[in-house]
Ligand binder design. Structure first.
Ligand code: FES
Length: 257
């Protein structure tokens, strides 16, 4: 059930160039939020009227949110210090089903790793395929995932090959090999659309259940404005209300491949 939380910032630190980790004190939200759900944050300034949609990345020891500074709103958010208060409308959206009975493969690119971190905290067994532009953009994710008991293996790709323990290229280049080498009950993916569609297609043609978590710009976040609508095989849907998590078969018809 969504509510407005007045939450104090515990920390707001840069973990990679232009990428911040925000921790807020919100114990009730920690218990309510399901992996994949998001928050609409009102910035404490009259300059900003619309709330900012940000995925909830972790609910252990406080609510954690990762964001990239991409415009005036996130730039302002990055200046806020511990002790400031945020008005947070959450939890919103549906979240991952979390029905998988055995090992799940998490496939994420860039800031799409955030909701998958939340899945890894709550699931019994998982492996994760992390994709990023360069070493700096994957190192902090590796650190976040590596201490979770559910995580067996971390696979890594970087666009420029700068992380030497990983592969050079995209997650979709590495994924077929990973799916062939091990057995998974499902694939959960979040990141750029082209990456998710590629990962979802690979999963679905391999007979695996796959869920896609969309990142979209949102005005209301409540299903009222249509600013987040997308095309599915079942017609137009709203990412904020019908998602952000969808069954991959809403986008991919395996019989066509
Ligand atoms: Fe308004 Fe989704 S953001 S309908």
């Amino acid at each position: 059930m969504k509510k407005i939380f007045e939450s104090e910032i515990k920390s707001n630190v840069e973990v990679a160039p232009n990428i911040f980790k925000l921790e807020v004190d919100a114990p009730e939200l920690s218990t309510l939020a399901m992996p994949g759900q998001f928050a609409q944050i009102k910035l404490p300034s009259n300059e900003f009227t619309l709330r900012r949609p940000l995925g909830i990345a972790s609910t252990i020891g406080g609510v954690k949110i990762f964001y990239r500074v991409v415009g005036r709103g996130t730039s302002f958010l990055s200046t806020l210090k511990a002790g400031s208060t945020l008005d947070i409308l959450a939890p919103l959206g549906n979240g991952f089903s979390m029905h998988a009975q055995s090992k799940v493969l998490l496939v994420g690119g860039g800031m799409g790793l955030a909701p998958l971190l939340s899945v890894a905290e709550k699931i019994r067994e998982a492996e994760v395929l992390i994709g990023g532009k360069n070493k700096a953009e994957v190192l902090f994710w590796i650190k976040e995932f590596s201490h979770l008991p559910s995580i067996d293996i971390i696979f890594v790709t970087t666009d420029d090959g700068s992380y030497h323990y990983g592969r050079k290229g995209f997650v979709t280049d590495y994924l077929p090999e990973i799916l062939t080498a091990d057995k998974y009950s499902a694939v959960y993916t979040c990141g750029p659309d082209v990456m998710m569609y590629g990962a979802a297609l690979e999963a679905v043609v391999n007979g695996l259940h796959c869920e896609i978590c969309f990142e979209r710009r949102m005005a209301c976040g409540l299903g009222a404005c249509m600013s987040c609508s997308i095309d599915t095989v079942n017609g137009r849907k709203k990412v904020c209300k019908d998602g952000p998590v969808f069954d991959a078969r809403e986008f991919i018809e395996p019989e066509k491949f």
